[in-house]
Ligand binder design. Structure first.
Ligand SMILES: NC(=O)c1ccc[n+]([C@@H]2O[C@H](COP(=O)([O-])OP(=O)(O)OC[C@H]3O[C@@H](n4cnc5c(N)ncnc54)[C@H](O)[C@@H]3O)[C@@H](O)[C@H]2O)c1
Length: 284
């Protein structure tokens, strides 16, 4: 595997900051870019609490905390990406925003730097068109799950022009940071979201039909199916507007089975997005 000395992360929101943490915990130097230095620092500051929780659970050593965090350098400049070996993008789920980010990375990063996107729903092959020439073979999807510092799975998704050596690199890179990668084709929703949203849509339908409450459906999934978290708590954690967006994209691709339910649209219209806005299926 090509050696990794420095990792770039773009976006320090819910996913980006924790992906940065995954690399820092595995002793990699990380540069983490946001639109402003303040936002980048805010993303890094949040990791303090993430590590405290891990320490409390006995999953991380308190004495390693300061050194781990010191490996993450917050910035608002692309300049610091010029010597990164791999860069993972986790900005808003918007094609134009992502294309702009990759065009910048393509011009700044060294030729052999691998560029990865954490998109949940935009085709990798489409985002890949924002980079030029040789780089397109070094462009790939690396779909982490929330919370990224805890969830072990990464879907590794080659685009049409991704080179086989890039796939091997990304799979190894995931293993280096303690993740388990699976290789998935570049289809809408990849594999996990196709499975997940069938469940989420049916959970919404159960509430619409008055079959059971969100609380009870969460209990049913936890105690009856062995899920660690119920579908409504999960939707509130990941943002209801993101679920709606993903279902709209999958509905377009696969038809009726992924059509979002009116109750979810209503939640989004009311700005009941979940934990982020203090209210979703539950109040926070
Ligand atoms: N939330 C999830 O559960 C989840 C899971 C897997 C994948 N994803 C994907 O990960 C990506 C990020 O999702 P999120 O939940 O972290 O979103 P988020 O809104 O929490 O964070 C996105 C961040 O990107 C920043 N940003 C926007 N433009 C930027 C730019 N040009 N340069 C640097 N930073 C920029 C924003 O300021 C924001 O802080 C999306 O593509 C999403 O689909 C999300």
């Amino acid at each position: 595997m090509k050696e990794i000395n420095k990792v770039g992360i773009i976006g320090a929101g819910m996913m980006g900051a924790e992906i940065a943490l995954c690399f820092a915990m595995s002793r990699y130097e990380v540069v983490m870019k946001e639109t402003t230095l303040e936002l980048a620092q805010k993303g890094k500051d949040r990791l303090d609490g993430v590590l405290d929780k891990a320490i409390k659970k006995g999953k991380f050593k308190a004495e390693d905390k300061a050194l781990t965090l010191s490996r993450i350098n917050p910035t608002d400049q692309y300049e610091l990406f010029k010597d990164t070996d791999v860069a993972v993008e986790a900005v808003f789920e918007d094609l134009e925003t992502k294309k702009e980010v990759f065009a910048q990375l393509d011009s700044v990063c060294k030729p052999d730097c691998i560029l990865a996107t954490n998109t949940s729903s935009i085709p990798i092959t489409l985002i890949a068109t924002s980079v030029r020439g040789e780089r397109i073979g070094r462009f790939i999807g690396a779909h982490f799950f929330s919370p990224a510092s805890i969830m072990k799975l990464v879907e590794v998704i080659p685009g049409v022009e991704t080179k086989e050596e890039t796939v091997t690199f990304m799979m190894d890179c995931c293993r280096q940071i303690g993740k388990t990668p699976i290789r998935v084709k570049d289809v809408p929703g990849f594999a996990v979201n196709r499975l997940l949203h069938v469940l989420l849509i049916e959970a919404n339908r159960l509430v619409e039909e008055g079959v059971a409450t969100p609380e009870d459906i969460d209990t049913a999934c936890k105690l009856g199916l062995g899920h660690p978290i119920g579908p409504f708590t999960l939707m509130d954690l990941t943002d209801n507007s993101l679920s709606l967006k993903v279902q709209q994209i999958m509905c377009e691709a696969y038809g009726e089975r992924f059509r979002p339910r009116p109750i979810l649209k209503q939640k989004v219209h009311a700005n009941h997005l979940g934990r982020k806005t203090g209210r979703g299926w539950f109040k926070y």
